[in-house]
Write a protein that binds this ligand. Structure first.
Ligand SMILES: Nc1ncnc2c1ncn2[C@@H]1O[C@H](COP(=O)(O)OP(=O)(O)OP(=O)(O)O)[C@@H](O)[C@H]1O
Length: 830
């Protein structure tokens, strides 16, 4: 009897295990577990196992370290230290040959620190000393300091030397106030107490509805662009306008030096960009330089398994560093280059440049980041910081949490990646010998493409940092493949979309253990991640990472509600850095207009607008945003039939296809991307000439982010919004933006017929799906979704416009869910 029962039980269990494996490989992750235990029991069981494993590893590490110390002593006795010294002199800072200079006791303490979180005391062995001892000073910093030519100070002095070649500040003509350097962030990493401090935000706990908790506008750290004054909070508490004066001569000198470097180094990169362009030599013409640029353009490939995505095209600048040179030789080369670039630009040019410049006066070598990062930045063509980078870096290097608001395309990615790299460098001295290094920095972002883009950018900045890895965890890839990758190629920086990250947390306790070492949490497009769609996932993730961490939230839009909920992630005393304050959130150089046309004319108007743009702009690159994936698909097919050069991108497409299209569009010219909102945020497609939004975006923020795909890096761009008459109410939400009405063009009757015929002949399934999606989208928008009868009438107008005789029927269940069951005009599927 027992045997019989047992035989019968074994089958369902094995089936369950099979199903679980299948589910996991599909990316959903198991929800029930073998043996009938629940998720949390399963998780605890694995955590216990992982702890035991960690204890074993800790023990092994101690032994390994002792062995290293012994071998180092032996090597010293045998005169090996001389060889190491020579290697150091040559700039060979390979960590594999550089045995950690900590004392054995410090090292053991550092190992212990790694586990110093709640509940980890049991990993500590009493013989190892007190658990609460302060962590040893960062050995990484010590190590770089010993290599004198690569230290930040050395590089700074070197740049200052270059500056002094054209005379000191007294010799330069700074007479006109408008030529004076701009200041907006005084928070420098000084040893002496700072004279000013940044305004910190106090999150309210229970009374968080009170607006005053977030301070008045004056409480914000606001880099002033238009004049040399800025708002800072004095130690006494009150704000005052501050004007650089004599006593700030050091900063002034630096800024002017920065300015000189900017001038000497050249003008904007691509076209009318405000970013610096590097001329190869003084005698070289612009064309020659361009030709060389493209000739030498090279792909910087990452170490992470991002395939094609993980590449960034960079221009070979004169700062491109010869890999074969020692660091001191490279420094010499840069010094030579500075000498050659003596001639300052004219004051007139300076003013123009400052008018709308995104760059600050500070260079990367002036801001206490690792010289190897400066080297990577230099070889990627970044010399000066953008304003948001300067403001963010100074706050983050001081260890503060921050909420950062800066316009689209102003370099927020590097603004959070630079402190992230510094965090890894600081923390890795204590985690260097771990077999599976903890994840030290976690970057969350809303879309897969954005995650891949951020990882690619991180790899560019890590070009010269051996041993720091970046990986992505994004949906649409095989879960098992992710797991294998995590095991075979451990990383310290993880870029992830929330859903897939949670799947890994829930199904792999080893992964959760790795997250326990987290030092920095970053939310890019933070307002979107804290929106209702993502908030629950983000809360769960925050619960899985240590409380003792630094957090950074960034976005081009930060509505008040987001400032309120930001306390889910940020500490009480966080800084709010707002580089937009007092200015509109969109770029001055992006011309914004809107058209109003009835639904039946929309497709023709879109076609006409695109045709006009193509005939006016030779190297056009257009993004057409549609309301939903299925409407995107319909629009794409129509434009394809109308013989335009289009590509389609939305969440219903397989990931490989999305990656391919994204890559193609990034590199291309004369192409139109028809897309849903998956491309609205963060995507950095260079040189987009027009963004066309068809129908209302979900909200004001989404309008700004979509528009932000053009006019990046200070370039020019154009944005058009096409609305149906009933959608005009949306204009109220963006009334503070510089958008103007354009009158509808005369539509050609032949064209009208052509568009209508194409729509009529299109596959019915595409049109049906578009109708359902349209209904779903507008039903979810508060202002229209409430009045169901009007909504259905409008949906039927849309249906007419896409060449359908009668509206397709809905499943009863769907109609009930949408609250449309008994609404006239809705057909229910039998
Ligand atoms: N200091 C710099 N010097 C030169 N170029 C820079 C610098 N910082 C960033 N860039 C370039 O500026 C472009 C825009 O940067 P990024 O994508 O980080 O903008 P963003 O502010 O995150 O935009 P969004 O709000 O759309 O996410 C990128 O091409 C990047 O390489």
């Amino acid at each position: 009897m027992f045997k019989f029962l047992n035989q019968n039980r074994s089958k369902p269990i094995s089936n369950l295990v099979y199903n679980l494996t299948f589910l996991r490989s599909m990316g959903g992750g198991p929800r029930t577990f073998p043996g009938g235990i629940n998720k949390w029991q399963w998780k605890r069981m694995h955590e216990k196992k992982a702890k035991e494993k960690e204890m074993k590893l800790l023990d092994q590490e101690k032994q390994l370290y002792q062995a290293r110390i012994r071998s180092q002593i032996r090597a010293n006795v045998a005169g090996r230290s001389m060889v190491n010294e020579v290697q150091r002199q040559e700039g060979n800072t390979d960590s594999s040959t550089d045995y950690n200079p900590m004392s054995a006791k410090d090292h053991v303490k550092a190992l212990a620190d790694r586990f110093m979180k709640e509940g980890a005391e049991d990993l500590w062995n009493e013989d190892d000393g007190p658990v609460n001892s302060a962590p040893p000073p960062s050995k990484e910093i010590k190590r770089t300091q010993s290599v004198d030519s690569s230290s930040p100070d050395y590089l700074r002095n070197m740049f200052n030397d270059g500056r002094s070649l054209v005379g000191n500040r007294q010799n330069l003509d700074w007479g006109n106030e408008s030529f004076r350097p701009r200041y907006y962030s005084v928070q420098t990493r000084q040893k002496s107490p700072p004279r000013f401090r940044l305004k910190k935000y106090k999150n309210s706990s229970s009374d968080d509805d009170d607006e005053s908790d977030y301070g008045s506008d004056e409480d914000l750290i606001k880099p002033s662009v238009s004049n040399s004054k800025f708002l800072v909070e004095k130690d006494g508490g009150k704000f005052s306008k501050f004007k650089p004066s004599q006593r700030d001569s050091d900063e002034e000198l630096d800024s002017k030096g920065g300015k000189f470097a900017k001038k000497a180094i050249g003008r904007a990169t691509l076209g009318k960009s405000k970013f610096p362009k590097f001329n190869f030599s003084e005698g070289e013409s612009e064309e020659e330089s361009e030709a060389k640029d493209s000739k030498f353009a090279k792909k910087v490939t990452s170490r992470a398994t991002l395939e094609k995505h993980d590449m960034k095209k960079t221009r070979l600048s004169p700062w491109m560093i010869d890999e074969n040179c020692g660091l001191s030789e490279q420094v010499e080369l840069i010094r030579e280059e500075l000498k050659r670039r003596k001639s300052p630009v004219s004051p007139q040019e300076e003013v123009e440049h400052e008018g709308g410049s995104l760059l600050s006066n500070k260079r990367f070598d002036e801001c206490n980041i690792s010289p190897l990062t400066v080297k990577s930045l230099t070889s990627a063509g970044y010399l000066q910081m953008t304003k948001v980078q300067e403001a963010t870096l100074s706050v983050c290097l001081d260890g503060m949490d921050a909420l950062v608001k800066a316009k689209t395309g102003t370099g927020k990615s590097a603004a959070f990646l630079l402190p992230a790299i510094e965090t890894v460098l600081k923390a890795s001295s204590s985690s260097r010998n771990q077999r599976v290094p903890p994840i030290l920095v976690l970057i969350l972002c809303p879309t897969r493409e954005l995650a891949s883009q951020i990882a690619a950018e991180a790899n560019v900045l890590l070009k010269y940092h051996d041993g720091i890895g970046v990986q992505t965890l994004i949906g649409g890839t095989r879960f098992k493949v992710d797991q294998r990758r995590l095991e075979s190629d451990p990383c310290q920086i993880m870029v992830a979309t929330p859903g897939r990250l949670l799947d890994h947390i829930e199904s792999n306790s080893g992964f959760s253990v790795r997250l326990m070492g987290l030092k920095m949490l970053i939310l890019d497009e933070a307002d979107h991640l804290l929106d209702l769609g993502f908030r629950k996932d983000v809360e769960k993730i925050v619960d899985c990472v240590p409380r003792e961490r630094q957090s950074l939230l960034l976005s081009a839009t930060v509505p008040k509600e987001v400032r309120r909920v930001s306390q889910l992630v940020l500490k009480r005393g966080h800084a709010f850095i707002d580089t937009v304050l007092g200015d509109v959130e969109t770029h001055e150089k992006v011309k914004q207009s809107y058209y109003v046309a009835s639904h039946e004319l929309h497709f023709q108007v879109v076609y006409q607008l695109l045709k006009d743009h193509i005939s006016n702009v030779v190297d056009y690159k257009v993004i057409v945003f549609c309301t939903t994936s299925m409407v995107t698909s319909l629009m794409f097919q129509l434009l394809l039939e109308m013989k335009l050069n289009v590509r389609e991108m939305h969440s219903r497409k397989p990931q490989l296809y999305r990656t391919r299209i994204s890559d193609e569009f990034r590199e291309s010219k004369r192409l139109i991307l028809v897309t849903s909102d998956i491309s609205a945020r963060g995507m950095n497609y260079p040189d987009v000439t027009l963004v066309l939004q068809v129908g209302i975006p979900t909200d004001r923020e989404q309008y700004i982010h979509r528009l932000g795909r053009t006019g990046r890096e200070g370039k020019e761009g154009e944005g058009i919004l096409l609305l149906a008459p009933w959608e005009e109410y949306f204009l109220d939400e963006i009334k503070d933006l510089p958008i103007s009405k354009s009158s509808l063009m005369q539509l050609d009757s032949d064209l009208k017929l052509k568009v209508q015929n194409t729509l009529v002949n299109m596959d019915n399934s595409v049109k049906e799906a578009a109708y359902h999606a349209w209904l779903g989208y507008y039903n979810s928008i508060r202002d229209i979704g409430r009045d169901k009868t009007t909504l259905v009438e409008l949906a039927n107008q849309f249906c007419d416009s896409i060449g359908m005789q009668k509206p397709p029927s809905l499943f009863r269940k769907t109609a009930v869910k949408m609250g449309l069951r008994n609404i006239p005009g809705i057909r229910i599927r039998k």
